[in-house]
Design a protein around this ligand. Structure first.
Ligand SMILES: NC(=O)c1ccc[n+]([C@@H]2O[C@H](COP(=O)([O-])OP(=O)(O)OC[C@H]3O[C@@H](n4cnc5c(N)ncnc54)[C@H](O)[C@@H]3O)[C@@H](O)[C@H]2O)c1
Length: 258
């Protein structure tokens, strides 16, 4: 097992991509602290992973104090910290004029500031171990955009900036920082987005067809790449931005995706 003896904190690990990543990291031997707002789901997820090697800590990553408490809890329970998966996030909608300051701030806090705060809290513990890996979860909307997602897409572009700048700062100290950009993935978040639409069946068909592979991703297909980036098989990767998108971003503009 590649990650035996290592400790991972996974934000947003109560469900969706975060839980899938936690399962992959646990399978490779890491102990896991799930950090999330959702208490019942978070406890159930930690229970599923095994109470000796996994636990849940309720924290809002937008709070510096709660991020520091989460990292302290990982160290208290498991003796240190080697891996941070910055996955928690929220989807918001709105264009440049109708997006309110409240939506903008909430989006940036959950999707950007929280990842810097978690990283800031975690890095001193990684330095103590002399190693570390941070995996940030951005989106295809960090590499391209669409209408009506001004705050979300901006936050996801900035996540790539945060990845690159931290990678350069931390490489000399043995901490690698990488980023995954998922296409549409079948999680509670995407189900919520589908439900918002006037024609949910139609939007689901469109989401599937948009990807040259012909379907949305499964959470574990992102989790596997996160676990790979966190482990020693990715030892020469830092500052990398990896699209895991079923080919979504590949076709020349306007060409049919099939
Ligand atoms: N599902 C997709 O299609 C998709 C595509 C691209 C990128 N992503 C990104 O992947 C990540 C995970 O998405 P998902 O689809 O699994 O979403 P999800 O809604 O299923 O899970 C996100 C988790 O983050 C938690 N969370 C949100 N804000 C938080 C906060 N402030 N503090 C602590 N926890 C918080 C939620 O409680 C939730 O459990 C997100 O960053 C999302 O933007 C998702």
């Amino acid at each position: 097992m590649e990650l035996e003896g290592q400790v991972a904190v996974v934000t947003g690990g109560a469900g969706g991509i975060g839980l899938a990543a936690a399962r992959c990291l646990r399978r490779e031997g890491a102990s896991i602290l799930i950090v999330d707002l959702k208490e019942a789901e978070g406890r159930a997820a930690a229970g599923e992973l095994g109470s000796a090697c996994a636990a849940f800590f309720r924290a809002d990553i937008a709070s510096a104090e709660q991020c520091e408490s989460a990292v302290r809890e990982a160290v208290r329970l498991f003796g240190g910290l080697d891996i941070l998966v910055n996955n928690a996030g929220i989807q918001t909608f709105g264009g440049p004029v109708d997006t309110t300051e409240e939506v903008w701030d909430r989006t940036m806090n959950a999707n950007l500031k929280g990842h810097w705060l978690m990283s800031r809290a975690a890095i001193p513990e990684m330095l103590r171990r002399g190693r570390g890996a941070i995996v940030n979860v951005s989106s295809v909307q960090g590499l391209a955009s669409q209408r009506n997602v001004v705050a979300y897409s901006t936050s996801k572009h900035a996540m790539i900036g945060l990845t690159r700048t931290m990678a350069v700062d931390l490489a000399p100290q043995g901490i690698r920082v990488n980023c995954v950009c998922p296409g549409s993935v079948d999680t509670p978040m995407i189900r919520w987005i589908i439900r918002q639409d006037r024609d949910p069946d139609q939007i689901e068909r469109t989401l599937n067809r948009m990807h040259p592979i012909g379907r949305m991703g499964r959470p574990e297909e992102i989790g596997e790449v996160i676990a790979f980036l966190a482990g020693r098989r990715a030892s020469f990767m830092t500052g990398s931005v990896v699209a895991v998108d079923g080919g979504l971003l590949v076709p020349i503009a306007g060409s049919p995706n099939q």
